[in-house]
Design a protein around this ligand. Structure first.
Ligand code: AMP
Length: 147
């Protein structure tokens, strides 16, 4: 069986990330694959369009989120020795950003956490579920547990 050459690690900076990072780095070592990392900042507006004051709050919040995400991503990149050009901070919806980047960068395995939710969470769908359905490459869903 051909081993993986390019692994995309999707991180949301929750406590569950540790296990997902560990799985991805172990697999990369075993198959001598390169790792890319992605984090997506969701640009969901919190305010209604038409209220200028609240819209400026959206902008401020987005800037704070991006700034924090940049710092966390660069700390992880340093820890894993992943070069800057393989660290991706995207804006948008996690599922489409992850699957689009995977195609663009010819990734052959996406490693992602899966909470294995039930009930409403399952109905609404999870990131892992969406990525699994839309990705053109293999996806490893690492079972993680909420604290
Ligand atoms: P979820 O089920 O949506 O809470 O997320 C499950 C997994 O999807 C996480 O463990 C991450 O691997 C990935 N993920 C969720 N949100 C993001 C995000 N904003 N950016 C990158 N990966 C994410």
């Amino acid at each position: 069986m051909q081993s993986y050459r390019h692994i995309l690690l999707a991180v949301d900076f929750s406590n569950a990330d540790r296990l997902v990072v560990e799985r991805a780095t172990n697999l990369a070592k075993q198959s001598q694959a390169e790792i890319s990392v992605i984090h997506v900042v969701d640009n969901l507006p919190i305010s209604e369009p038409g209220y200028d004051v609240l819209n400026s709050l959206d902008l401020e919040l987005t800037e704070v989120l991006i700034d924090k995400a940049k710092k966390q991503l660069s700390a992880l990149a340093e820890e894993l020795s992943v070069p800057e050009q393989r660290c991706h901070l995207q804006m948008g919806r996690a599922i489409s950003e992850i699957t689009t980047l995977a195609e663009e960068r010819e990734v052959d395995l996406i490693v992602i956490g899966s909470h294995g939710r039930h009930g409403l969470g399952l109905l609404l769908g999870s990131t892992a579920n969406g990525v699994l359905h839309h990705a053109k490459c293999d996806v490893l869903a690492v079972r993680v547990y909420d604290d």
